[in-house]
Design a binder for this molecule. Structure first.
Ligand SMILES: Cc1ncc(COP(=O)(O)O)c(C=O)c1O
Length: 371
């Protein structure tokens, strides 16, 4: 599929890309002068190597978390170059090669790659859809072995938009505390939650790490800033932060100018989040209209995030459909990229311009009807 897509792109074939998840390619960009002003900090010519990140930048992260109802100490925040790097540092902290990490599936595909790169085995246990997404927590608890070191929860989840409830957070926190596991909460899509949400930053019983970054919170993937915010029993948090600082000191990967700009960028995040929420709402509404009673696909209920899952029926071969859609000039992802328990899903990004999104949906419907 990737080869076919690259060949079409190389030929300059116009494509409606419903996999686009880079906001800067979907008309959701910051004004140039605002970014230039944020980067024009008086301290720009200097360099302060700090493994955990500049105090002002960490303070900006705690202010952001406070706006989400989590009071954190800036000493318990460590900056990273991205959320992906936050995962990598945490896996180095928590795991030895051969250890295991548990996560409910469907899940974000890069998680497996990030685990593989650290020699860690990602063990996925199912979440099932019955009008809402239900994680099989008993299966997750059963999957824990003496090699398990952490549980990862993504909320809102990618691609399903499933939101962790307070009851589920209590449950997974209790499991982690009982088995001596760390809890990693990926909350990159928290600002797009459509219902009340909880944060692992509120965890008290077990060592927990909230991870996020401005690639999703501000729509600025090019700035390369993410973070880890640690919560839980204070002695464990302190030990973890000391070791994380040692790991981060080996790389010092977060750019100084981006750290200096972080308070302004995070403080101005509504510049991005406002138009983003409008785009997501417009495309969700278009999806609702396209999915009338005669439609050959049905969107699954979501609690937020940047993508939507379309159920197309188990009889449809996902890969064959995606290849046929490429011939129709539409790029979509098959559900199997995300490890759904059963086949019969497509995943579409909700970021594209509304006319691109609507026309893409129309072509998906046409192709499905054609059989
Ligand atoms: C759930 C989830 N976590 C993390 C990331 C990576 O974020 P970053 O760009 O900050 O590395 C993504 C990117 O799509 C994501 O979907």
């Amino acid at each position: 599929m990737v080869g076919r897509l690259e060949a079409l792109r190389a030929k300059g074939r116009p494509l409606l890309d419903l996999t686009e998840s880079n906001p800067t390619r979907c008309g959701l960009t910051w004004p140039r002068d605002v970014l230039a002003a944020a980067l024009g900090h008086p301290d720009l010519p200097g360099y302060e190597p700090t493994p955990n990140g500049l105090r002002t930048a960490r303070g900006a992260v705690t202010a952001y978390l406070a706006a989400h109802g989590a009071r954190m100490d800036p000493a318990h925040v460590l900056l990273t170059a991205s959320t992906s790097e936050a995962y990598a540092l945490l896996l180095k902290l928590l795991c030895d090669p051969g250890d295991e990490v548990l996560a409910p599936a469907p899940s974000y595909p890069l998680l497996e790659v990030l685990c593989d790169l650290e020699g860690v085995h990602l063990v996925r246990t199912p979440a099932r859809y019955d009008g809402t997404w239900q994680v099989d927590w008993a299966a997750l608890a059963d999957a824990a072995t003496e090699r398990t070191r952490a549980v990862v929860v993504v909320s809102p989840a990618n691609p399903t938009g499933a939101l962790l409830s307070q009851g589920e957070l209590d449950l997974v926190e209790g499991l982690c505390a009982e088995r001596g596991l760390a809890l990693i909460g990926d909350e990159v899509f928290a600002d797009t939650a459509l219902a009340e949400k909880v944060s692992v930053a509120a965890a008290r019983a077990c060592l927990a790490f909230q991870v996020s970054g401005i690639s999703k919170v501000c729509g600025l993937p090019q700035m390369k800033v993410g973070w880890i915010a640690a919560a839980g029993p204070v002695p464990e948090v302190r030990r973890a932060m000391e070791r994380l600082e040692m790991i981060a000191d080996a790389y010092l990967s977060v750019s100084g100018p981006a750290q200096l700009a972080l308070p302004v960028l995070l403080g101005s995040r509504e510049r991005f989040l406002g138009p983003l929420r409008e785009r997501l709402a417009a495309n969700r509404a278009a999806l609702g209209r396209a999915a009338g009673s005669e439609a050959p696909f049905a969107p699954l209920r979501s609690g937020g995030g940047w993508s939507a899952v379309l159920r197309i029926g188990e009889a449809v071969d996902e890969e064959a459909l995606c290849l046929a859609l490429l011939d129709d000039g539409v790029v979509v992802q098959p559900g199997f990229f995300y490890d759904f328990e059963r086949q019969g899903q497509l995943v579409v990004s909700l970021l594209p311009e509304p006319d691109v999104f609507r026309e893409g949906l129309a072509r998906i419907a046409r192709r499905l009807r054609a059989g």
